[in-house]
Design a protein around this ligand. Structure first.
Ligand code: ATP
Ligand code: MG
Length: 492
């Protein structure tokens, strides 16, 4: 039903979020910290390892010095040689323990106290990391004693060294590593960025640009995206989007052609109705002509003119793009039903029994004019269905209207004792121009009724398995706004 479709089109105000960072910018911002984290994970063990190597170097040099000590007669080494050896080892003192004997090779300025002890024999990876960080954070010069395994039969070897040169070397190492890893990080980040940019960001931008362009002019076939040959998800998205846009463009073309046609038909219809109305005025005068042949034909002519005018009228009202939104309020059903009876000419018609079984004081939350139109259409259909039956059965002609409430839903049923809805009319009963099984009918009455009921959030359907035809309308009350109830309570 085109009119229904139109009604469903709700204009949602589009709010464009302010454009901040594009995909590329986000990608870059994400890559840099990730590469930096990776750098840090490399740096921490590297600096610990550097320090261990440094200390092991000292121990290895001390081992060489120990050989000299061993070689010296009685372990006595001249002072100048001792100093030379210690300088080359980079230590203030070297000691080696062999059995019960501890042999010391010391410089003159041996410190009074040792600040730290490092035993390379029991060093773990974790303590190496923690110690190296501590060394980096310390200030001034400390003295440390490094103990390590000794060659030959010796138990261990010790060296006393200054911490400051070690720390300075560690700083140098850190600086060099930082420079190198920064270079690598920038290179990696650049490569990752470029790869992701070409693989994902560019095609996504193309999709986005196409969507924006298509939105501006959805009727232009030139804006349909040309899918690339990618086999991944982006390729699938492009192909699906292209199919969707193609369908949409052809649907819009069809719709605009139909709209143009509809407009032309409405114009023709409008003038036709006016012409018919003037013919009706003329034919009214025919009734006063005494000629019996004229008297015989005049009522038929009048009736068919009336039908033609009705047809034009209902097509015109259906052709309006959209019914106005219902102006709903709580109203009593009974008076509306009485008015419908009057308008359908059934109040004066004794041949059709009218039964109204409406709950006392039944109210409904609806637009009075639209409810009237819905009921009039149903009652008219019922009356027309009864008229199609043989006059001999007139005693059983009956139209019954019932009304009741089920919670917050008002239900009205219109039933008749006619022949029932023919099978071929049932299939598209509520679709415009589709369902008329009645000569002279336009097939619009039920379509209009359904559109009005649905605009109230309600439902209309044919009840199965009844004598004749029964149409049931249910219209729910509008949900009560909690805020307004609260306001009312507050005011009370
Ligand atoms: N109460 C009924 N009993 C039997 N058939 C019905 C009844 N109501 C509707 N129909 C069938 O459904 C068809 C569609 O009804 P609808 O009111 O939409 O159109 P119409 O009555 O043919 O034309 P219009 O109402 O636009 O003048 C009717 O032609 C008729 O065949
Ligand atoms: Mg009808």
């Amino acid at each position: 039903m085109p009119a229904n479709d139109d009604q469903l089109t709700v204009e949602v105000p589009r709010s464009h979020p302010p454009r901040r960072l594009g995909l590329s910018g986000k990608l870059l911002l994400l890559t840099i910290p990730l590469v930096m984290i990776a750098g840090l994970m490399i740096y921490v063990p590297a600096i610990a390892n550097f320090r261990m190597n440094r200390l092991n170097d000292r121990l290895a040099a001390a081992n060489t010095a120990a050989l000299v000590l061993d070689a010296a007669p009685l372990g006595m080494v001249p002072d100048s040689l001792a100093r030379q050896i210690l300088t080359s080892v980079g230590a203030r003192a070297v000691a080696i323990k062999m059995g019960q004997q501890r042999r010391l090779l010391a410089s003159a300025d041996l410190p009074e106290a040792i600040d730290h002890d490092i035993d390379m024999r029991t060093m773990t990876a974790w303590s190496a990391i923690v110690d190296s960080l501590e060394t980096m954070l310390e200030r001034g010069n400390q003295t440390i004693r490094v103990v390590g395994p000794a060659p030959g039969g010796a138990q261990f070897i010790e060296v006393v060294i200054d911490e400051l040169p070690l720390r300075q070397a560690m700083y140098r190492f850190s600086r060099n590593l930082l420079v190198v890893s920064l270079g690598i990080a920038m290179l990696t980040a650049g490569l990752v960025y470029l790869a992701l940019h070409y693989l994902f960001v560019r095609p996504m931008r193309r999709l986005t640009a196409n969507l924006v362009g298509f939105h501006e002019n959805p009727e232009s076939a030139a804006r349909i995206i040309v899918p690339s040959r990618r086999g991944d998800e982006i390729g699938v998205a492009e192909r699906e989007l292209s199919d969707m846009q193609r369908d949409l463009v052809s649907m819009l073309h069809q719709k605009s052609r139909l709209a143009a046609l509809g407009l032309a038909v409405s114009k023709i219809n409008h003038d036709l109705r006016n012409l018919l109305a003037s013919s009706q005025l003329l034919s009214d005068q025919l009734a006063s002509v005494p000629d019996p042949r004229v008297q015989r034909f005049a009522p038929k002519l009048m009736r068919s003119l009336e039908r033609a005018i009705d047809f034009c009228q209902s097509t015109l009202s259906y052709g309006r793009v959209q019914e106005a939104a219902p102006d709903r309020r709580m109203l009593l059903v009974e008076p509306v039903v009485a008015e419908v009876r009057e308008s359908a000419g059934l109040a004066a018609d004794a041949s059709i029994a009218w039964i109204s079984a409406i709950e006392r004081e039944l109210s409904i939350d609806a637009d009075p004019d639209q409810l009237f139109r819905v009921l009039l259409n149903l009652v008219r259909n019922a009356a027309q269905a009864l008229e199609s039956r043989p006059k001999a059965e007139a005693a059983t002609f009956q139209i019954r209207i019932t009304g009741r409430r089920e919670g917050s839903v008002a239900i009205i049923e219109v039933s008749d004792t006619g022949p029932g809805v023919p099978a071929r009319a049932r299939e598209h009963l509520f679709e415009a121009f589709q369902s008329s099984g009645r000569p002279g009918g336009s097939g619009l009455g039920l379509a209009i009724a359904a559109e009005l009921v649905r605009a109230h959030g309600g439902d209309i359907h044919l009840v199965e398995g009844t004598i004749g035809a029964t149409f049931r309308i249910s219209i729910p009350d509008r949900p009560v706004e909690l805020q307004s109830v609260r306001n009312e309570r507050a005011r009370a």
